[in-house]
Ligand binder design. Structure first.
Ligand code: SAM
Length: 337
């Protein structure tokens, strides 16, 4: 299309921020609750979750996402907290898949509750799956997350059977925590035909700053893997900010997500909607815009879309994790990872 039409066919210009970045992707947090407590994400005894009365309802979520789709957003990722703890997730997924303009619905999960829900979610139109998995050793998995490795593996295998494609494993690389397992994770992903992505830990909230004590620059991880495997530069569709290599002689792609060592803010194409209807314009900044008051006072679709346009105009240029590492008090699970 040569004009500014959205995938929806509407004539609205797509969402473009002050720095010329087109926003085509929303990370939709359906809950801030999580059944795990990864030490770099949520404090072990944390209970101060958003009250359910403040949650956007499924109708409200659908309405906001319809407005986004009208403004040119085509990709949505369900996230949290742990999205699988939200009731009726498959129903919501089906409603989002049905929205004109939404062409890609994906899910980020720890997979521990996926075993029972994988087929329903696949049927509802979720195609792509990101699964957090920081260790393949049960005792270590428990220490990092407070959960059971077997539950995550059962969920992963159910997802494979249900036909999700691709399935991406997200491993936060942590010095002295899981840095002896990178090669094992490569072997695991080779065996199961998963894509593997390493992630640098970010100082999001006090827990993120605890995690940052174990920070590893992924350039060193890549160099280490290159000594064992022949790595060929590669492109993966829908790969987001990850920089990919392929392991020669296999179909395995390995991505490196480097918000700390090589930030990719200049290509950021996303905003995050939290469970209470707050739009977060940057994972690493406090810029936000509350949409819930508009929904509650019965704002028109036009007002809602204008609010989204106004919010996107506030999107900051980049995170400042290095300059202001203590800036963020909120935990990752509140924003939607
Ligand atoms: N519960 C889902 C999951 O496990 O994927 C979705 C939410 S979780 C917050 C999303 C991702 O954020 C996970 O891969 C998690 O490891 C990552 N994460 C959480 N805190 C982080 C931090 N401080 N730095 C880097 N990644 C973090």
């Amino acid at each position: 299309m040569g004009d500014n039409r959205t995938p929806n066919g509407s004539a609205n210009p797509p969402l473009i921020d002050r720095y010329g970045r087109a926003i085509a992707y929303v990370r939709l947090s359906v809950t801030d609750r999580c059944n795990l407590r990864c030490f770099y994400c949520l404090p072990s005894r944390f209970r101060e979750f958003e009250k359910q009365a403040q949650y956007l309802t499924l109708d409200e979520i659908e309405r906001v996402m319809r407005a986004f789709a009208d403004l040119g957003v085509s990709r949505v990722r369900l996230t949290g907290g742990e999205p699988l703890v939200r009731k009726d997730l498959a129903l919501l997924a089906a409603r989002l898949t049905a929205l004109p303009g939404i062409t890609d619905l994906s899910l980020s999960t720890n997979a521990t509750l996926l075993h029972r829900q994988a087929r329903a979610l696949r049927r509802a139109g979720v195609t792509r799956l990101n699964v957090s998995l920081d260790s393949l050793r049960a005792d270590r998995f428990a220490r990092i997350t407070g959960g059971e490795l077997d539950d995550a593996l059962a969920g992963l295998m159910a997802a494979k059977q249900a036909g999700f494609d691709p399935i991406k494993i997200n491993m936060v690389a942590l010095r002295e925590i899981n840095d002896d397992e990178f090669e094992d994770m490569v072997a695991f992903c080779l065996t199961h035909d998963f894509t593997l992505r390493f992630i640098e830990v970010m100082p999001v909230g006090s827990t993120g700053r605890d995690g940052a004590r174990h920070y590893l620059d992924l350039r060193t991880v890549e160099a280490r893997l290159a000594r064992k495997f022949t790595l060929i530069r590669s492109a993966v569709p829908g790969g987001g900010p990850a920089r990919y290599v392929r392991v020669a002689g296999s179909g395995l792609c390995i991505g490196f997500i480097t918000p700390m060592s090589q930030h990719f803010c200049q290509t950021c194409n996303r905003v995050r909607l939290s469970v209470d209807g707050t739009l977060y314009l940057c994972l690493g900044q406090n810029h936000r815009y509350g949409l819930r008051p508009l929904l509650k006072r019965g704002a028109s679709d036009g007002e809602l879309k204008q609010a989204i346009i106004d919010a996107v105009a506030r999107k900051p240029e980049r995170h400042e994790f290095h300059e202001r590492p203590a800036e963020l008090v909120r935990f990752m699970s509140m924003t939607g990872g």
